[in-house]
Design a protein around this ligand. Structure first.
Ligand SMILES: [Zn+2]
Length: 294
């Protein structure tokens, strides 16, 4: 009942109003922050954007909510005269792809192949005028962009936040943008409608932690830059959640009880207590139970 009511509300609110609400909930567009030589971050108005000043132009990772093109360009111009030549989207969500269409068609847009498929389903990208914001190039497991000191390695390890999460590694700078696959050190959001998986989340992050080398710092989807070790710990946290979900379901405990009894230990003392979230009163445990029942 409750879910039907909320869905009704969302439909009634309409896409336009929902976008306005999302923009009001989000912090304002932040200042550009230097992370390393030629690498900057712009927080606010959706996901964190990375700005990488390469030899032939600027590579922008994630474009925030709609209508942030001018603000992004103004901040980029404060650090370089070079034009934006490439956009990488870490995943499909509108707070990471929302201003793609503010950039000219000559800008190459790169995403995971499933993210392109997910974006094709978004109403905003079904409008002819916004097709310019659709990906031009995709990858499946791994792709290296540019060369030499400019090399950027893209990786995909399976479903987590969505089924098209890209990990973007600025190889020479030892920095990775993780997008919302690592939005924050907390219970993550697995967007099952876009192929995400709460159950596989920890394994996917574990594969990324084992398969990616040479990274010291991680740009999170919506939070501060964190050391690599925090990314590894986040994978362990999600694996513990999945283990606990399997054991609790086997013991016949409801998802809400599984959530209450989840005690991951001292290592995760800085993590906020797992609470009801987008999975309903059982949080991600409800989503994991649903996945286990398929
Ligand atoms: Zn997202």
């Amino acid at each position: 009942m409750r879910r039907g009511f909320i869905l009704g509300l969302i439909v009634a609110a309409g896409v336009g109003l929902a976008t306005v609400a999302a923009q009001q909930q989000q912090p304002p567009l932040g200042n550009i922050e230097k992370l390393a030589n030629n690498l900057y971050m712009i927080p606010g108005q959706g996901g964190n954007s990375a700005v990488f000043v390469a030899g032939n132009g600027v590579v922008l990772v994630d474009t925030k909510l709609a209508n942030n093109g001018p603000g992004l360009l103004e901040r980029i111009k404060s650090v370089t005269d070079r034009p934006v030549t490439m956009i990488i989207n870490t995943h499909t969500h509108g707070d990471h792809t929302g201003s793609n269409m503010a950039f000219p068609a000559s800008v190459e847009i790169v995403t995971h192949e499933n993210t392109k498929a997910n974006m094709e389903k978004m109403p905003v990208y079904q409008e002819a005028a916004n097709k310019v914001g659709m990906p031009d190039r995709t990858f499946k497991d791994r792709l290296t962009l540019l060369s030499g000191n400019d090399s950027i390695d893209l990786y995909h390890f399976g479903p987590a936040h969505t089924n098209g999460d890209a990990f973007v590694v600025f190889r020479n700078l030892r920095v990775m943008h993780a997008g919302d696959a690592f939005a924050n050190a907390a219970q993550p959001f697995a967007d099952v409608a876009n192929g995400g998986s709460a159950l596989q989340y920890g394994d996917t992050i574990g594969k990324a932690a084992a398969g990616i080398t040479g990274v010291d710092r991680v740009i999170t989807g919506h939070n501060v830059v964190r050391p690599w070790a925090d990314f590894v710990t986040f994978g362990e946290y999600n694996r513990l959640m999945a283990q606990h979900a399997r054991a609790s379901m086997k013991a016949g405990k409801p998802a809400e009880q599984a959530m209450k009894e989840f005690a991951p230990g001292e290592k995760f003392k800085d993590y906020p207590a797992v609470a009801a979230g987008r999975g309903g009163p059982g949080g991600n445990f409800t989503i994991m139970y649903q996945e286990l029942s398929r």
